[in-house]
Write a protein that binds this ligand. Structure first.
Ligand SMILES: [Zn+2]
Length: 220
């Protein structure tokens, strides 16, 4: 292995470490270097925005903010391919936890405290979290689409029902109107055929010679 198996390069979040050769699992990739501070002093620096403080133990912290500390460019991931660890000599090292291929970004888990305080508020940009968000978006989109499809199907059904209702109404009104014209015609016929009857009956009443006959019989 050459002097170092990685380079500093552009990453999604600014700069990052990228493997330049195959890094076998278990390889110590870099040391997290910097001046040692008492934890109380480190707390003050943290309040002032120093994000490169690595607490080694209950007493000491490494201030890794110096740019010569290349390990500081290693980004956080919730699905990392490396880890940070404290050696027996209280050195902080970055170690591969799986085989890393050339071009892969070297990432490690910054730990719960750092994640909750600094990463979570702005949203983690690691592959795993991006995939999770993409999956959530995909499910939401799918839900939205099925909702839309359901609404479209309902609208289509209603449209068909409306068209059918209109057609039925039109057919019914056609029947009615045709029966109306028929009844008008028959009515007209009735009107024509009715009057003669009364005329006949009216004529029949005055004629009524039968009455005269019965009267004549009674009389006879
Ligand atoms: Zn993440």
């Amino acid at each position: 292995m050459a002097s170092r198996p990685f380079r500093v390069g552009r990453s999604r979040t600014g700069l990052g470490l990228f493997a330049t050769e195959i890094i076998p699992k278990g390889t110590i990739i870099a040391e997290y270097r910097g001046r040692r501070l008492r934890n109380e002093e480190a707390d003050k620096l943290a309040d002032r925005g120093n994000k490169y403080l690595y607490e080694v133990n209950s007493r000491w912290t490494i201030d890794g903010s110096n740019r010569r500390n290349l390990a500081r460019y290693g980004n956080h991931s919730c699905r990392p391919n490396a880890e940070s660890d404290v050696t027996r000599q209280s050195k902080v090292i970055i170690r591969a936890i799986k085989k890393i291929r050339p071009g892969d970004e070297i990432t490690y888990d910054y730990g719960e405290d750092y994640f909750d305080l600094i990463i979570k508020p702005i949203g983690c940009k690691c592959d795993k979290c991006r995939e999770k968000r993409a999956e959530k978006r995909r499910i939401a989109r799918k839900k939205r689409l099925t909702k839309l499809a359901r609404a479209a199907r309902k609208a289509e059904r209603e449209k068909v029902a409306q068209v059918e209702a209109k057609r039925a109404a039109a057919a019914a009104s056609k029947k009615k109107s045709s029966s109306k014209t028929k009844s008008k015609k028959t009515g007209a016929k009735k009107v024509l055929s009715k009057p003669p009857k009364p005329v006949v009956s009216r004529q029949a009443v005055p004629q009524a010679p039968v009455l005269d006959v019965s009267e004549q019989r009674k009389a006879a």
